[in-house]
Design a protein around this ligand. Structure first.
Ligand code: NAP
Length: 519
């Protein structure tokens, strides 16, 4: 279908309150349960390997349950993965763009067909509730469709100025071998977005999934195969960041790294990639999307009920484990007490427990290390402010934590400055709107932010001066939609690559200008 006849539409979400969908979810879960504990070999090109060194991925709601057993790469196999991608690059780069686009659209169709099954894998391996899982899989489908469409546009760039006696064109060429490193918190959508943007533009990729969510990655590798992507165009390389991450980042044949994850790891990758290796003839490109300490400003001229709801969803959806999660509510002193009075009972009413159960709003945090770190932040936070909700682990076998709110937090507090990545909200008092903006910008991060106010002058002020990559007015600060909210942050939140936006693919190509003298 020509690009102009095919319009992009966001994938609709299934509503699990409908009995038909709830039944389909149960069936998908039964299917996934029948496959728990399966072994996944490492495949590089046409060969598959059992290294015997197994990574067990666990269900964070029930850590005694093994979701998948994955053969980890050795250093030798990591080198081989890069060499295979490098050897195949020239052929893949020559594959016509419409052929690659067709494969990507087939991948979208396969994901759509297997949507509930993918939802179920996200429930058991990432601890997502069904609606959160549905949003993750829908976003993955959106990325495939949107980047397919954008690739067709990139294949036919706008005409250049034509000088007399010359014919000039611009072509976008793929870069080479890309290393793709996604986080566990959107283990499908972010992996799919970064990998398919690189593939559809003609690059070959080595994908190193998060050690917490390798099974979801393995399931997507099945989709790429079924969609027709050649074996040598992509390798899924399971292994820890320390064991294989540094190796593939520093490899001289790696042309670019596309990373999403923490500030610490992103900065390390950026530093390692900057150092040229023996035999390397290019400057590696690094796209790094990193953490956030996102704030919602609640002004005295806001609809307070809407603001409370927006903060609640943004702070506690997926247990606060979103880079876009609201971890700071900055509230005008004129409505501060009323805001807390309205917020606290709603927080206490949130149901926490295994996300397989549709009645639970919050599931577990991802792993034991995370649980400990979040509980430490909470204990320290009790000294930095006033605990008004939650404040401890929640009952159950899994890594459950009660949604926690700490009020009266000052700007110097760790709770105010550091990314916690869990269900913990700091609430701070602002003297006026000017002070609220100052507090919101008092962060080394700059990813998302929201402002609740009915005053258009304050909306304009925020648009001018709230320094974040994604600003929302009178709505929550999570839930960016592909095509509508190109996503990426300022400052230590990353390189502002704007995933799901019209410029995103430019990061995976280099432009070549060709001018020919004509008679
Ligand atoms: P992380 O610990 O930085 O890990 C991210 C990825 O990097 C994982 O695949 C990890 O593998 C890998 N890694 C670790 N050390 C490495 C190394 N030395 N070389 C190469 N790769 C290495 O982050 P996370 O805990 O998975 O994710 C949470 C973070 O991601 C939060 O900070 C969140 O804000 C951020 N995030 C940002 C965005 C955004 O768009 N800005 C979106 C989502 C999440 P292992 O699992 O094997 O260690």
């Amino acid at each position: 279908m020509p690009a102009n006849l095919w319009e992009f539409r966001n994938e609709p979400y299934a509503d699990f309150s409908e009995p038909r969908n709830a039944e389909a979810a149960r069936a998908a879960l039964a299917l996934v349960r029948s496959k728990l504990g399966a072994e996944y070999r490492l495949r590089i090109g046409d060969n598959s390997y059992s290294t015997g060194d197994l990574l067990s991925s666990l269900n964070p709601s029930k850590p005694s349950e093994i979701v998948g057993l994955h053969h980890k790469a050795t250093a030798e196999l990591a080198n081989q993965a890069i060499a295979t991608a490098d050897a195949f690059f020239a052929e893949w780069a020559k594959t016509p763009a419409p052929t690659r686009v067709e494969m990507l659209r087939r991948a979208a169709a396969i994901l759509r067909r297997r949507k509930f099954e993918f939802d179920a894998w996200l429930v058991v391996e990432a601890g997502k509730t069904w609606p959160e899982a549905e949003a993750d899989v829908s976003e993955a489908i959106d990325f495939c469709e949107y980047y397919a469409l954008q690739m067709l546009k990139l294949a036919e760039p706008d005409p250049l100025v034509q000088l007399p006696g010359e014919q000039a064109v611009l072509r976008y060429l793929p870069l080479g071998v890309g290393v793709i490193i996604p986080p566990w918190n959107f283990p499908l959508a972010i992996l799919v977005g970064m990998a398919t943007a690189a593939l559809v533009t003609g690059n070959t990729v080595v994908i190193k999934p998060s050690s917490d969510t390798p099974t979801i990655a393995a399931k997507f590798a099945e989709v790429l195969k079924e969609a027709g992507f050649p074996d040598a165009s992509y390798t899924l390389l399971v292994g820890s960041g320390s064991a294989v991450g540094d190796l593939i980042v520093t490899h001289p044949r790696t042309r670019f790294v596309s990373f999403t994850g923490s500030r610490e790891v992103g900065l390390r990758i950026n530093e390692l990639a900057a150092k040229p290796q023996k035999g390397q003839v290019w400057i590696k490109r690094v796209v790094a999307e990193m953490g956030g300490k996102d704030a919602i400003i609640v002004d005295e001229e806001a609809d307070l009920d809407e603001a409370v709801q927006g903060v609640l969803w943004s702070a506690f959806g997926y247990q606060g484990q979103k880079c876009s999660a609201c971890s700071r509510a900055i509230v005008s002193s004129k409505v501060y007490d009323r805001f807390l009075e309205k917020l606290v009972p709603k927080v206490e009413a949130l149901a926490v427990g295994p996300p397989e159960d549709l009645a639970n709003y919050m599931g577990p945090v991802i792993n034991e290390r995370s649980r400990k770190s979040i509980l430490n932040y909470i204990e320290n936070g009790k000294k930095e402010g006033r605990l008004v909700a939650g404040g401890s682990a929640a009952a159950g076998d899994g890594y459950f934590i009660r949604p926690t709110v700490i009020a009266d937090v000052g700007p110097e507090a760790r709770l105010f400055q550091e990314e916690i990545f869990g269900p913990v909200l700091a609430v701070s008092k602002a003297r006026d709107f000017e002070h609220a903006l100052e507090l919101a910008n008092n962060s080394e991060y700059g990813l998302t932010g929201a402002v609740y106010t009915q005053n258009p002058a304050k909306v304009n002020e925020a648009a001018e001066r709230f320094f974040v990559g994604n600003l929302y007015i009178n709505r929550k600060c999570t839930g960016a939609m592909v095509g509508a909210h190109p996503f990426g942050g300022f400052n230590m939140s990353g390189t502002d690559s704007k995933a799901g936006g019209p410029d995103y693919l430019l990061q995976f190509v280099q432009a070549k200008s060709i001018a020919e003298k004509i008679a």
